[in-house]
Design a protein around this ligand. Structure first.
Ligand SMILES: C[S@@+](CC[C@H](N)C(=O)[O-])C[C@H]1O[C@@H](n2cnc3c(N)ncnc32)[C@H](O)[C@@H]1O
Length: 286
């Protein structure tokens, strides 16, 4: 955004250039319909800004997070509130470098995971699309149907944990995500326990893993080198590995195979249409 001129869209592949979106067949029509009003809102701000905008469809409507957005003074604040009200947004948060500040949230925002409403912390990780999420969850449910107690590692808000049939112990490093998962589980799914844990620095040890008859992991792009090394040395014989990065998945898969696992099934999930990005759902057995 530069003195009244606004380019609103995604970055061009391999570049910092923003491609100003005229149409988009990737995001949902509901999200796309917000782009014109967002352009008007951004145009009302003075100066040169690179604003990061995050739009999420929650149970109550659209959650809009604005980062590096100068909401200085009463007029700017009123413009944001009018924008939120006019478009029936579920929430607007503004982050000027000190964390997300909620400026509009008539009702607490939730997302429903496995039938359970879970509070949505601003900026929390969610799978990018509902159908991508459904395909990944279906694979996990199928492969872990007979498991009585499952560890869900890198669990986030509980996308998988709330959808699995047996008892689940969820492990997650983000405090916000762990706390909302714990709260929703206490209210609606007592068979789910949520643990706050950094699995890079403090992965589950082979003896801790021995109480599980299935382990699901869904790490960030870097993969889960330390955790997978412990899994390879554990007594666990069923691992469901969900990955957003085939390169780190391949390295971790090598470690599992060297530890005696075989790759029983692999399902690519094209969650990001018209991109080369692919998610993997995989089942390792021994
Ligand atoms: C790809 S997301 C998956 C989240 C969840 N499984 C889902 O489908 O919504 C990876 C998750 O790993 C968490 N994470 C990142 N580094 C971590 C670490 N060192 N230990 C534990 N969790 C971590 C992130 O906060 C994020 O929630």
């Amino acid at each position: 955004m530069q003195s009244g001129k606004v380019a609103l869209g995604f970055r061009q592949s391999g570049s910092h250039r923003i491609v100003d979106l005229a149409e988009c067949h990737v995001i949902t029509p509901e999200l796309f319909s917000l782009l014109a009003p967002l352009r008007r809102l951004l145009r009302s701000q003075s100066g040169r800004w690179a604003v990061d905008i995050e739009l999420t469809q929650g149970d109550q409507g659209i959650d809009c997070g604005l980062r590096n957005f100068a909401m200085d003074g009463l007029e700017a604040t009123e413009a944001v509130l009018e924008f939120a009200q006019a478009h029936s947004l579920a929430r607007v948060t503004v982050d000027l470098g000190y964390g997300s500040e909620t400026v509009w949230e008539p009702e607490p925002v939730t997302v429903t995971l496995g039938g359970v409403a879970v509070s949505l912390p601003p900026g929390a990780f969610l799978q990018a699309t509902l159908d991508g999420e459904a395909a990944l969850v279906a694979a996990a449910r199928e492969w872990l149907a007979a498991s009585e107690i499952v560890a869900d590692l890198f669990a986030g808000l509980g996308t998988f944990a709330f959808s699995l049939a047996g008892k689940v112990a969820a492990y997650e490093a983000s405090r916000d995500a762990h706390l909302v998962c714990r709260l929703a589980a206490a209210r609606s799914l007592p068979s789910l326990e949520s643990h706050h844990r950094d699995l890079f620095r403090n992965p589950l040890q082979p003896e801790e893993l021995s109480r599980f008859d299935g382990v699901l992991l869904d790490p960030p792009r870097a993969g889960a080198r330390e955790q997978v090394a412990h899994l390879a040395r554990s007594a666990v014989d069923r691992v469901v590995y969900i990955s957003c990065n085939p390169a780190s998945w391949a390295k971790d898969a090598r470690t599992l195979v060297d530890g005696g696992f075989r790759l029983a099934e692999l399902r690519p999930v094209g969650q990001f249409r018209w991109s080369t990005h692919v998610e993997l759902a995989s089942l390792f057995l021994r």
